[in-house]
Design a protein around this ligand. Structure first.
Ligand code: SR1
Ligand code: MG
Length: 437
């Protein structure tokens, strides 16, 4: 049964129903603010379902005056189907996160126009002519504004929801507000931190070329220890309100604007998970680039930009986070009374450096986990998937896995972000041995 064919069910017993085009039109027409924003007669509105993510329905609705994007959660994982139920409450957490992020990082998330808890539906401003960043990167586009915006988003959302910025009471209220989003956390715990390292039915990879590499991850106890440590940090380190799925498919861009979308995986977790997600997806775009070139070397410009962006995303995030720590530290962490005077400030400076070193190590580890899951797990990236030639795709993926495995198991060997980009550059043309396949 397709989504379109699914019956509405009994609207009397539950106000939730999966909205089809006609229902959505009637529903939106009854919302004066939305109808005014769209303009014209409701029967003239164009409504198109465009969702290409793994979980939800997304409609673009356009009227004579303007447009909106409408996102509705399905009661199951779209990618897999009704056999994998998923709570509608994720729409509540997404809305909560979006509105909080809008206050912390103004202009960097879409404006919410309407939210309906019962329908698990949120209407947002239509981002036009923005495109999903992942698609732009595949096309070889460079985004000059991206580093400035994404690092502001990351530094501000992470800092202002941490114990460095808010009281212990406020922080715990925040943790409690998102604690119910555990079904989404469980997806991450399984799909990122467990399944790629074991025989899991839903795993897939580019076979036969990556068969031996996939098998090696299943037998690699050093990797199993490292990923399990990261899993524990993910589950037991409520440092900040994190986006929770900050890949380049959750970022919409033009050359002059950036918007972070889709925070349905938001909860209080480790900061490095968000930063690592951005870096990992840039690194995958870098390694996938060889699979998209028509003439050898034609994408050198975008490839250099990608690695430079990896470096700047880390360095600018760290700089902005530290600036905030110096100027906006009103939380209960690192009490001012314990760091009084010039000597106290000097000692705190050293401690801040240690804090950032620890955050960098987390970032490298989580980044590795993000790469590995996209190549050996259930949900893959179009960066690689759109490379039609299987052998070439496997080549790009094998290079990514080689870097990721070192980042995961030998995290300490990456003292700075330049160590990561240097290794990526060295692996750009590395030829794995596929002779046994
Ligand atoms: C079953 S959901 C698979 C993935 O899609 C989302 O974008 C998250 O990354 C999740 O892990
Ligand atoms: Mg998403």
């Amino acid at each position: 049964m397709t989504l379109q064919e699914r019956p509405l069910g009994d609207p009397g017993s539950s106000p939730y129903r999966i909205l089809r085009e006609g229902d959505l039109r009637d529903y939106l027409a009854r919302l004066p603010e939305v109808a005014a924003r769209l303009g014209g007669a409701p029967n003239a509105w164009s409504i198109t379902e465009v969702g290409d993510g793994n979980l939800n329905l997304v409609f673009i609705v356009k009227g004579s005056r303007g447009g909106i994007a409408v996102k509705q959660a399905l009661p199951y994982v779209r990618l897999v189907g009704e056999s994998w139920p998923l709570p509608l409450s994720r729409a509540h957490y997404e809305h909560l996160a979006l509105t909080h992020q809008a206050r912390l990082a103004p202009g960097l998330v879409p404006t919410v126009v309407h939210h309906d808890e019962a329908l698990a539906l949120t209407a947002m401003e239509l981002l036009e002519p923005h495109i999903i960043m992942r698609k732009g990167l595949i096309a070889g586009t460079i985004y000059p504004r991206f580093v400035e915006d994404i690092t502001t988003f990351i530094a501000r959302t992470l800092f202002f929801t941490s114990d460095l910025a808010v009281s212990a009471a406020e922080k715990k209220e925040g943790i409690a507000a998102f604690a119910g989003n555990h079904a989404l956390c469980k997806i991450t715990e399984d799909l990122i931190f467990t399944d790629p390292y074991r025989q899991a039915e839903q795993n897939r990879w580019t076979s036969p070329w990556l068969d031996h590499i996939a098998a090696s991850f299943r037998e690699d106890f050093d990797a199993h220890v490292a990923i399990s440590r990261l899993k524990l940090r993910f589950m037991a380190s409520p440092e900040s309100l994190i986006h929770g799925d900050l890949h380049t498919g959750s970022i919409m861009v033009t050359e002059t604007e950036t918007r972070v979308i889709d925070p349905e995986f938001a909860f209080y977790g480790p900061m490095g998970f968000d930063i690592g997600a951005v870096l990992a997806n840039l690194i995958m775009a870098y390694f996938a680039s060889a699979g998209h070139e028509r003439v050898a070397g034609e994408r050198q410009g975008v490839e250099s930009w990608l690695l430079e962006t990896v470096e700047r995303v880390w360095s600018e995030t760290a700089r902005k986070f530290l600036d905030l720590w110096r100027s906006e530290a009103r939380g209960d962490g690192y009490p001012k009374a314990l760091f009084a005077g010039a000597a106290g400030e000097t000692r705190l400076q050293v401690e801040r450096r240690h804090y950032m070193e620890r955050l960098f190590a987390d970032t490298v580890g989580f980044g590795a986990a993000k790469i590995i899951r996209r190549i050996l797990g259930l949900a893959h990236n179009i960066d690689f998937e759109w490379i039609e030639d299987g052998r070439l795709r496997a080549l790009c993926e094998a290079r990514s896995l080689r870097l990721a495995r070192t980042m995961l198991v030998d995290t300490a060997s990456f003292a700075t972000i330049r160590d990561v980009t240097k290794r990526a550059r060295e692996l750009r043309d590395w030829q794995p041995d596929f002779s046994a396949t």
